[in-house]
Design a protein around this ligand. Sequence first.
Ligand SMILES: [Mg+2]
Length: 189
Amino acid sequence: MKNQYSLLAQIFLWPFLPQYKVNVVNELTPAVLREIEVRHILLDVDCTLKRYDTDLLEDWVLEWLETLETAGVDVCLLSNGKKSRIGKIAEHYNLEYEAMAMKPLPFGCWRVIKRSGWDRKATAIVGDQLMADIAAGNFAGIKTVHVTPIHPETEPIFTRIKRPLERLVFRFAMVRRGTLDAPKKETME
Ligand SMILES: [Mg+2]
């Protein structure tokens, strides 16, 4: 189920409003992704997959990424971080990536979609920042999934100062939070 927002919010805040919201990325199981018709994922890195101050992904994240791979869901890391840092993480875990994406601009999303031959309508951006990830996804015309940030206190100050604003956006905009429950019946092949 999609999030529901007030009309005023939809008019004035549309770039920052995610269609869907989850607490952690592994709520996006293959079954849930099928339900919302997503086959390709642009995945933010810092505070979405891991805390800012480490370059290691925890086991539960790696397990989730494996289930996506098995289910044939494409994943590409999309980060504003430097190529040297993001590239190292991506290569270590054998993932596709696009660094220096300049989110909230949509060009990084479009570059990956074009390069990978993805269907834009079946593509979602998954990230923790309304003013970077979600705005980039909305400007790019793809689906958007907001993730509650992992340990946001580890982030640089220029990111941390945006957090109270993000909470305000949700408080004023959201009428009803959609919950992305996996379908009851096991539909995996
Ligand atoms: Mg992030």
